[in-house]
Design a protein around this ligand. Structure first.
Ligand code: ZN
Length: 84
C-alpha cells in the first residue's frame, strides 16, 4: 500500500488501488517516492548482475591462462628433452 495525497482535492489515496487517478476528483495522483527506490534497487541488481558476469569472465580467462601455461611447460619440457 502506497498512500499519496491528491494535489487537487487533498484527499489521501492508495496509489495502487486508485491506479494513479484520484477516486474523489479523478485527477492524476502524484507518483509515490517508492518508484525512485525501485529504480535504485533495479540499478543495484543490474550492477550486481554485471559484476557476476565479470567474475565468470575472469574465471574463464584464468582457466585459459592456466591451460596456456600448462601447454607452454609441456612444450618447454619436450624441447629440453629433445636436446639431450
Ligand atoms: Zn483528488
Amino acid at each position: 500500500m502506497t498512500v499519496v495525497k491528491c494535489f487537487d482535492c487533498g484527499s489521501e489515496q492508495d496509489f495502487e488501488v486508485a491506479v494513479g487517478y484520484c477516486e474523489q476528483c479523478g485527477r492524476k495522483l502524484p507518483v509515490p517516492h517508492l518508484r525512485g527506490k525501485t529504480t535504485a534497487r533495479r540499478a543495484f541488481l543490474a550492477d550486481k548482475k554485471t559484476s557476476e558476469v565479470g567474475t565468470s569472465n575472469v574465471a574463464v580467462t584464468a582457466g585459459v591462462f592456466v591451460a596456456g601455461v600448462a601447454a607452454l611447460i609441456t612444450v618447454a619440457v619436450l624441447v629440453v628433452r629433445s636436446q639431450f
